[in-house]
Design a protein around this ligand. Structure first.
Ligand code: ZN
Length: 498
């Protein structure tokens, strides 16, 4: 059956909106990698104009009319077809976007940009009081945002849905409760590892060379990918087959190598999406959590594995002649997997990382519900850092002020990081079941079978399915923290006794 004219009309309109989104990504990438800093004000105007235009185009009555007109066509199609999925996902997005008055959207955007500016000043001074009024404003706006929608089981569901379509707070809470218990238990059981092999000066030129070598083996196609230095690494894909990684070089340690593998995971997800989904709302990853599952998989399950280092450690040594002569492969493996409670989320190891997230997930729900006030927030933060991770927070700069998420108004975003960790192992296990030779292949520097399996089973579908549906298709079940805990126990308790 050929598509009705209304479908082509809808697709064309959505393509225009996606193009504006891609241009927005390009502006962001340019700002982070190339733009002279003094261009920040006009860039803020430009991105504001762009998102206003794309919002206006999207929430139009015309799109609503087309979605209505296409109900019969949608029902005549298999649910998994690209066409039915496009209509279904566009309707979900349109319904959500239409509930929010444009004045509120504009106010949230303004408040976020003011608060981010205040955060950038308050953090180095460790001045929580200077940020607090902005957080108060963001929180009030988020409560108004929640009220725009039909009541959900709990208000936080509405925020979570912006990042994990269809996922419920209760589901996440159950996963995190088990995770917290298991991680704290593991944290107490692991032996401290010697991290001195990484506490050395690795010249940037060598870091660039080894990262490029690893990327090349992973599947970096120079015709479609590039990599540039930036302050805070991210991946951006302004268009189909245009994948831009960024990384941050710091000569003390090898953070940039792991950051590069992490961003590769985001990049390969976007790269693997079916060409037919380009310029549609389906042409991106299924959710933030699934995206993060891929960055964590390439960074940790591949990049911190024994087979990986058995292949790449000799080359790393050659890249930095003489620097690692006193460190054997086992000692290096243990150093890159060391568990060490620390203050800063982005520097956290695999065991404590999710505890940093669970703490934020709990606090932001309490803030939204009003059971915790912003006056009490720093103290609650510090108390939970002590309770979960076992360390004292010396100041707010390294405590409650460390992330920009709350200043930018992004409540409901944090859980996606820990969900990504959990999901990464569930998907990895499914890949291993299908291709048991993956660890040997990794040990031979051969990543195509893993990459192709992930493309076939996850990447190509883009955003056609919800995260819960996607996970069920791949693993045959719901999100489950046990495989992640088993993976960590296996790696860290085995490493400690090896
Ligand atoms: Zn990431």
């Amino acid at each position: 059956m050929s598509a009705p004219a209304a479908y082509d009309d809808l697709r064309n309109r959505l393509a225009d909106i996606c193009d504006l989104g891609g241009i927005g990504q390009l502006l962001f990438w340019d700002q982070q990698t190339k733009m002279p800093v003094a261009g920040a004000n006009s860039r803020a105007e430009q991105t504001g104009t762009l998102s206003k235009l794309s919002h206006q185009l999207f929430v139009s009555d015309e799109i609503g009319g087309l979605l209505d007109e296409l109900r019969g066509y949608e029902e005549s199609l298999p649910e998994e077809s690209d066409e039915a999925s496009l209509i279904r996902v566009a309707r979900h997005d349109w319904n959500k976007a239409r509930q929010v008055p444009p004045e509120l959207t504009a106010e949230m955007r303004r408040s976020s940009s003011l608060a981010l500016r205040a955060w950038a000043e308050a953090r180095p001074k460790s001045d929580y009081q200077a940020l607090k009024p902005h957080l108060e404003q963001n929180l009030a706006l988020r409560r108004r945002y929640v009220e725009c929608f039909e009541p959900a089981d709990e208000p936080y569901d509405i925020l979570l849905d912006d990042y994990e379509r269809g996922m419920k707070t209760a589901e996440v809470r159950a996963v995190f409760e088990r995770l917290k218990e298991g991680l704290i238990e593991l944290l107490h059981a692991v032996e401290p590892a010697d991290t001195s092999p990484l506490e050395r000066v690795f010249p940037q030129e060598g870091q660039e060379r080894i990262a490029m070598h690893v990327l090349d083996r992973f599947g970096f196609d120079p015709a479609a990918w590039r990599i540039d230095p930036t302050a805070h690494p991210f991946m951006s894909s302004p268009g189909h087959k245009d994948i831009r990684l960024t990384t941050h070089y710091n000569e003390s340690g090898l953070h940039s190598l792991f950051a590069t593998m992490h961003e590769f995971g985001h990049g390969i997800y976007e790269y693997g999406i079916d060409a037919g989904l380009a310029r549609t709302p389906l042409g991106t990853g299924a959710s933030m959590g699934l995206h993060e599952s891929q960055s964590r998989m390439w960074e940790n399950l591949v990049g911190r594995s024994r087979p990986f280092w058995s292949r790449f450690y000799p080359e790393l040594r050659q890249t930095f002649p003489g620097m690692l002569d006193d460190v054997d492969e086992e000692a290096f493996f243990r150093a890159v997997n060391a568990v060490k409670p620390s203050l800063i989320r982005v520097d956290a190891d695999e065991v404590t990382y999710s505890l940093h997230i669970i703490l934020r997930f709990e606090l932001e729900q309490e803030l939204l519900a009003g059971t915790l006030s912003l006056d009490e927030l720093p103290e609650a933060w510090n108390a939970r850092m002590k309770e979960y991770i076992g360390i004292d927070v010396p100041n707010d700069a390294d405590g409650v002020l460390q992330d920009m998420h709350w200043a930018s108004g992004h409540l409901g975003y944090f859980p996606t990081y820990a969900l990504g960790n959990v999901i990464s192992v569930q998907i990895w296990n499914a890949a291993l079941e299908a291709i048991p030779e993956i660890p040997q292949q990794v040990g031979e520097g051969e990543f195509a079978p893993l990459r192709e399996w992930l493309t076939e089973n996850l990447y190509r579908h883009g955003r056609k399915f919800t995260p819960v549906e996607m996970l069920d298709r791949i693993t045959g079940g719901p999100i489950d923290p046990e495989p992640y805990l088993a993976y960590l126990r296996d790696k860290h308790l085995a490493a400690a006794t090896a």
